[in-house]
Design a protein around this ligand. Structure first.
Ligand SMILES: Cc1cc2nc3c(=O)[nH]c(=O)nc-3n(C[C@H](O)[C@H](O)[C@H](O)COP(=O)(O)O)c2cc1C
Length: 276
C-alpha cells in the first residue's frame, strides 16, 4: 500500500472520515496512514473469518447470501430468486443480480467519478435454513447481534430487518406475517419480520438490509481545518479512493452475518464447540 498521500492529510482531517475523532481519541497513536482500524481494509479479516463460519454453518444446513440492491439512486426493483443471487451476484463488478440494473448502477458510479464525488448504497444479506428458536434475549437477541456486527463495518449508517423502516407506516394487518402450514412445516405467508421475532429466529429466511454512506474520501475540494495551526483550509485529496464501497462490502456483509449465526449456532448447541 502506498501510504504517502496520507502524510499530507495527517493534520487535516477528511470530512466524513474517522480522522478527527480518532486523533482526539488516540492522540496521534492511531494509524493515520490509511491501514488502521478505520480503514475498509480491516474487513479482509472479517471475510477470512466468515469463510470458516460459513463452513461451520453448512454442517447445520445454514447458507448466507448477500447482493447489492441499491447504488446511489439506482435500485434493484425486481424480485430475484435465491438461485439467481447464488448464480449472478459475482458476474458483474457491482454485485447486482440483474445485469440491466447493474449497468445503470455502474453509470451512477461513473457519473459520481466525473463530478469528483462518491455514492453509497444498500446491501441485502439473507440467511437461509436458520431454524426457529435461535437467539438469546435480552442482550444477545439475534437481530441485535447481527446489527451490532454489521455496524462494525466501516461506512455502515443504517440497518433494517424485513419491512424495516417501512413498517412504521404500515398497519398491523399489513405487517403481521400470518402463519400457515407448508409441506408439513409451520411457515409464514409473508416475511415482514425478516425472520426474527422477539430477538429469536422464527424459521423464515433472516433478511437484513445494510445502508452504506457515500465514500468519505473524494477528490473534490472540501473545507476542513489544520489541527496544528487551527486554521480553516481547503482539502484536495490525492491517492487511490473508491468512488463507491458498496460492491466491496457485499462479501463483508455476508461474512458478518455468518460469524454471528455460527456463534449463535455454537451457543445453541447446534454446532458442537469441538468438532470430533
Ligand atoms: C470495503 C470498504 C472499503 C472502504 N474504502 C474506503 C475508501 O476508499 N475511502 C473512504 O473514505 N472510506 C472507505 N471506507 C469507509 C471508511 O472506512 C469509513 O467511512 C470510515 O472509517 C468512517 O467510519 P463510518 O463511516 O463508519 O463512520 C471503506 C469501507 C469498506 C467496508
Amino acid at each position: 500500500m502506498d501510504s504517502r498521500p496520507y502524510e499530507e492529510i495527517r493534520y487535516t482531517p477528511r470530512p466524513g472520515h474517522a480522522d478527527y475523532p480518532a486523533e482526539v481519541r488516540y492522540g496521534g497513536y492511531q494509524d493515520y496512514r490509511g491501514g488502521g482500524r478505520f480503514s475498509g481494509r480491516i474487513t479482509a479479516a472479517y471475510v477470512a473469518a466468515g469463510a470458516i463460519a460459513k463452513k461451520l454453518l453448512k454442517t447445520v444446513g445454514v447458507e448466507v447470501l448477500a447482493h447489492t440492491v441499491q447504488i446511489g439512486k439506482v435500485k434493484l426493483c425486481k424480485e430475484v430468486s435465491y438461485e439467481e443471487i447464488r448464480r449472478e451476484t459475482y458476474r458483474n463488478p457491482v454485485r447486482c443480480v440483474d445485469p440491466e440494473t447493474a449497468e445503470r448502477m455502474l453509470e451512477e458510479i461513473r457519473a459520481a467519478v466525473r463530478d469528483g464525488d462518491s455514492v453509497g448504497g444498500i446491501v441485502e444479506g439473507i440467511a437461509l435454513g436458520v431454524p426457529a428458536g435461535w437467539g438469546f434475549p435480552i442482550f444477545d437477541s439475534i437481530d441485535a447481534d447481527l446489527a451490532k456486527m454489521v455496524f462494525n463495518i466501516p461506512g455502515v449508517k443504517g440497518v433494517e430487518f424485513g419491512s424495516g423502516f417501512k413498517a412504521a407506516s404500515m398497519r398491523g394487518s399489513e405487517n403481521n406475517d400470518q402463519y400457515t402450514i407448508k409441506d408439513g412445516k409451520i411457515v409464514t405467508e409473508t416475511n415482514n419480520s425478516g425472520g426474527v421475532l422477539g430477538g429469536l429466529s422464527n424459521g423464515m429466511p433472516i433478511k437484513m438490509r445494510v445502508a452504506f454512506k457515500p465514500t468519505a474520501s473524494i477528490p473534490r475540494g472540501q473545507k476542513t481545518v489544520d489541527l496544528r495551526k487551527l486554521r480553516e483550509i481547503e482539502l484536495r485529496l490525492r491517492g487511490r479512493y473508491d468512488p463507491c464501497i458498496v460492491p466491496r462490502a457485499v462479501p463483508v456483509v455476508e461474512a458478518c452475518m455468518a460469524l454471528v449465526l455460527a456463534d449463535h449456532a455454537i451457543r445453541m448447541g447446534a454446532i458442537p464447540q469441538v468438532l470430533g
